[in-house]
Design a protein around this ligand. Structure first.
Ligand code: ADP
Ligand code: MG
Length: 257
């Protein structure tokens, strides 16, 4: 299968491979949760992963961040196999930004401290410099004026934008989003998606698990459809949404569109 269906596709697909999953298998006991996954995400590319609940999308994201180990195959980031432990693993976590459905901010730290903690502790950046960079990022996601508040004082959409700024503060090579808008009230979804679209336009490499098909259509270079632990189909959003090839994808789309 190829993602380059038309010559007008963005150049992202020609970027060098950044995240490569090569014949990856994982089991949870008897459950074959990732089945022979081959996936290459190129530098600057936005890959949207969709599929029914339980198909292995979160496990895939967590494996790229090594929050889950894999049983077979290999995952590499920027040409290096994922490290197993120690300092190298901490460094990897810094290079792979992750945004979850639940925002996971530190409740007893201010918004600013939430964003500067990683750069200061993990990257060894001086506080004044970390503060400056954090304020730039908070400004970018529209939260700079709330920097002194605590997470509970912000709406869900605002907290999620802080979570994105926090991940960006580590200067990640790739950003993983696992259903970042699923826990949000409808009126807050757009403000988070807008930040993600902006990020995509700035050339960030992104893997996004989402049910927001509008985002997939406009921001994705490629849609990957998973079912039962396997990649069933991958294509440009145009092709995928207008002309899904597999019965599983047709069935899924008929239920959500
Ligand atoms: P998705 O994100 O597509 O909904 P997940 O990756 O969360 O799918 O889960 C895939 C399957 O693996 C589901 O059947 C889920 O119940 C199972 N699963 C996920 N995490 C674990 C775990 N830690 N232990 C056992 N089973 C798990
Ligand atoms: Mg999930």
């Amino acid at each position: 299968m190829t993602a380059e269906q038309t010559s007008s596709e963005p150049s992202a697909a020609t970027g060098e491979p950044l995240v490569v999953l090569d014949h990856v298998d994982k089991w949870f006991g008897d459950l074959h949760v990732l089945q022979d996954i081959d996936l290459t995400v190129h530098r600057g590319e936005v890959v949207v992963v969709i599929g029914p609940s339980g198909s292995g999308k979160s496990t895939l994201c967590r494996a790229i961040n090594r929050l889950e180990t894999i049983d077979k195959g290999e995952i590499s980031l920027d040409g290096q196999p994922l490290p197993a432990e120690g300092k190298a693993l901490a460094a990897l976590r810094a290079e792979v930004g992750m945004v979850f459905q639940s925002f996971n901010l530190f409740a007893h730290k201010t918004i600013l401290e939430n964003v500067t903690l990683g750069p200061i502790k993990v990257r060894g950046i001086k506080k004044a410099e970390a503060d400056k960079r954090a304020m730039e990022l908070l400004d970018r996601v529209g939260i700079a004026h709330q920097a002194k508040k605590y997470p509970a004082q912000l709406s869900g959409g605002q907290q999620q934008r802080v979570a994105i700024a926090r991940a960006l503060a580590m200067d990640p090579k790739v950003m993983l989003f696992d259903e970042p808008t699923s826990a949000l009230d409808p009126e807050m979804i757009k403000e988070v998606l807008d930040v993600m679209v902006d990020l995509a336009e700035r050339g960030m490499t992104m893997v996004v698990v989402t049910h927001e098909m509008g985002f997939a259509r406009t921001a994705a270079d490629r849609v990957v459809f998973m079912a039962d632990g396997a990649i069933v189909e991958e294509n440009t959003p145009e092709e995928f949404f207008t002309n899904p090839r597999s019965e599983r994808a047709q069935d899924f789309l008929s239920k959500i569109l």
